[in-house]
Design a protein around this ligand. Structure first.
Ligand SMILES: *Cc1c(COP(=O)(O)O)cnc(C)c1O
Length: 471
């Protein structure tokens, strides 16, 4: 086994090892990191998955991507066991059958009730370990429209090596989402309410990363969905679910509620490594740039419309760049050109070859808000199972694109219904209760910093809190 190195989708950043890619997040040329070669999964490796704990599968997966010179499997396993001990279900990501051969893969048993915990809990521990070994620290700055911020603060609270600062749009996240960020008592995590929108928060974070002097001075690191290690952690549950349902002896199909294309890209990687996946269905809500690109070959930005599945309300899908790189046979020049066009004019064409490839690699369907509501109600009547609206988009897409038959259909359940109580109540007329282990959240004291939508003010705040400052 040769060491795995990581290359940027834009071809102009230095090649890195796994640990540096883990700490870097975005490449310095603006691209995203991918392994130079894909590790593969043999039939006997897949046969060994059922019966392993989730932590064991995750440790094996990360070890494959870390390579023989990276963190040892034994070390990774310790971190994975600690990460998944924080989940409220002994199976970590259980499967539930809601219709004949239609399964829901529950990814929401982590501390913030959404699938982002699966990757973030492990990522935080991997980062801590690498930084400890190097005697370094890092400052994480992120923007959130709701789910990512809570998952990051929950994962990094108490870290001895990382200061974590999360910007969120003041008054525009739900009470539960805000409390998941503001009730952590540890002094290394900070929730910052910015007087602006999510796009303003994201622009502030981008500006800090683009200021290379500032970035280096406070050792900025990113944990948004473009961080490669998050995608690696997410591959684990595709392996667990598919092998539980018959892989490697029979294929399985997945429908994936999609925003930034991170979660579904993990499924694409699992298939690239050798997992028999028949169909991978991209599920979007009304913000359907991916479905349109799949159908028409035009990747074209439109305004965001607010839906009852807010974590999928995106304008562009940042991880789609990774797929474009693969689908163009790793043509960094082509990717750079298209990303330039996107920035200039808000659109580009996939071209015949890449579009045809996308149609072979994925199915795609979008779910209107009315379809989401009807599906939540129908599934509840038929099986007693309560879907959250994001997961319901996945069920709608599964029913539109995956034939009911012998191939198991798995919908990734990305959030617990209690995480979006207003949306669920509007659909079924009842408020889903928070799991008891989260009750304290509703009364714990909050700690919030409020800042104007002003780069100098936010930079000052970050510099003051960052204990990682270099010389
Ligand atoms: C983040 C999120 C998504 C979208 O996931 P991507 O990896 O960005 O495609 C879907 N559902 C929920 C509940 C989320 O929090």
């Amino acid at each position: 086994m040769s060491p795995i190195t990581y290359i940027s989708t834009r071809g102009e950043a230095p090649e890195l090892g796994f640990e540096d890619a883990l700490l870097a997040g975005l490449a310095r040329d603006g691209g995203l990191y991918l392994p130079k070669t894909w590790p593969t999964l043999s039939k006997s490796e897949l046969e060994a998955v059922p019966g392993q704990s989730f932590a064991e599968v995750a440790a094996d997966t990360v070890a494959r991507f870390a390579g023989p010179k990276g963190l040892a499997r034994k070390e990774i396993l310790k971190l994975a066991e600690a990460a998944y001990a924080r989940f409220g279900h002994p199976a970590t990501t259980p499967l539930v059958e809601i219709d004949r051969n239609l399964w829901v893969l529950e990814l929401f048993h982590g501390p913030t009730l959404a699938f982002k915990d699966v990757a973030m809990q492990l990522l935080a521990r991997l980062m801590d370990e690498v930084l400890t070994r190097r005697g370094e620290r890092a400052t994480i700055v992120g923007a959130t429209s709701g789910d990512t911020g809570g998952a990051a603060i929950e994962a990094f609270r108490g870290s001895s090596r990382v200061d974590c600062i999360i910007l969120f749009p003041d008054g525009r996240v739900s009470d539960v989402q805000r409390r998941m960020m503001t009730t952590a008592r540890e002094s290394n995590v900070h929730a910052v309410a910015v007087d602006g929108t999510f796009d303003d928060c994201q622009a502030l974070v981008k500006a800090m990363f683009n200021d290379l002097a500032f970035r280096d001075r406070v050792c900025l690191a990113g944990v948004n969905s473009i961080n490669w290690a998050r995608i690696v952690a997410q591959i684990s549950y595709y392996l667990v679910a598919a092998t539980a349902l018959g892989a490697p002896y029979r294929p399985v199909s997945f429908a994936v509620p999609t925003g930034n294309f991170g979660d579904i890209f993990a499924g694409f990687v699992a298939r690239t490594m050798g997992l028999p996946v028949e169909t991978l269905a991209i599920a979007t809500n009304d913000n359907d740039i991916l479905r349109r690109a799949h159908a028409d070959g035009a990747y074209e930005v439109k305004g965001v419309s607010a839906t009852n599945s807010p974590s999928m309300d995106i304008q562009i899908s940042s991880n789609f760049e990774r797929y474009l790189y693969e689908a163009s046979d790793r043509d960094a020049t082509w990717v750079r050109g298209r990303m330039g066009e996107l920035q200039q004019s808000g659109q580009f064409r996939l071209g015949e070859k890449v579009q045809a490839r996308m149609q072979r690699d994925f199915a795609a369907a979008s779910a209107s808000q009315a379809e989401v509501a009807a599906t939540v109600r129908r599934v509840r009547e038929q099986s007693g199972y309560l879907l959250d609206p994001h997961t319901a988009c996945g069920v709608v897409a599964a029913e539109k694109t995956l034939p009911a038959g012998r191939t198991p259909r798995v919908v990734l359940a990305t959030a617990h219904p209690a995480k979006f109580p207003d949306a669920v109540e509007a659909i079924v007329g009842e408020r889903p209760p928070l799991p008891p282990r989260l009750h304290a959240l509703l009364t714990d004291k909050e700690r919030i910093s409020v800042l104007p939508n002003d780069l100098a003010a936010v930079k000052g705040f970050v510099a003051d809190r960052a204990t990682a400052v270099r010389g």
